[in-house]
Design a protein around this ligand. Structure first.
Ligand code: HEC
Length: 145
């Protein structure tokens, strides 16, 4: 019962705007991975343009404009840890077009009150986001010690 209640609460807390529910886009990375979208040429600049003013490991709770802790997109690891949530909030793909994030209003500078309209990714950028995530989660990477 506890699990059911907390599941319902977290569903209710998800996704301002847009009417629908956050839904997996079910984007599949082509095989072989075309490797056209990478963290360096797509993921990092996308996150820095649209997300890290609220979702960054450098921002304490009081400066995040409500963005949940542990959803930090200023590193590849931070993105990969919740790649499925990002897909459900911001990705477009064959099964869903999610435009819940970013929200409507953004701070001009990280940590400030939200006083400007958030810049919105285009539909193509959202499709590329879902595609990049679908590929990136399966890419081999060096183990860091
Ligand atoms: C203005 C600050 C702000 C910006 C910019 C922003 N977010 Fe958020 N984000 C929030 C808030 C507030 C919540 C919690 C409310 C909610 O879940 O709707 C949240 C929640 C989330 C969640 C967790 C949802 C859940 O409940 O599981 C994800 C994933 C997310 N955001 C992804 C993104 C992505 C990707 C971007 C960039 C495209 C982004 N956010 C930009 C404020 C922001």
């Amino acid at each position: 019962m506890k699990i059911l209640i907390s599941t319902l609460l977290s569903l209710a807390a998800c996704g301002p705007g847009d009417g629908g529910e956050p839904t997996p886009t079910e984007t599949v990375c082509p095989s072989p991975d075309p490797n056209t979208l990478t963290y360096e040429n797509f993921g990092r600049p996308f996150m820095e343009k649209y997300c890290t003013q609220c979702h960054a490991s450098t921002l304490p709770r009081s400066m995040r404009n409500g963005a949940p802790l542990f959803h930090d997109f200023d590193s590849l690891l931070g993105v990969l840890q919740v790649a499925n949530h990002i897909d459900e909030q911001a990705g477009h793909g064959p099964n869903a077009e999610n435009s819940f994030m970013p929200p409507a209003r953004c701070p001009a500078e990280p940590g400030e009150a939200p006083t400007t309209d958030c810049m919105k990714p285009s539909a193509e950028e959202r499709r590329n986001l879902a595609l990049w995530l679908a590929c990136e989660v399966d890419r081999p990477r060096a183990v860091r010690r």
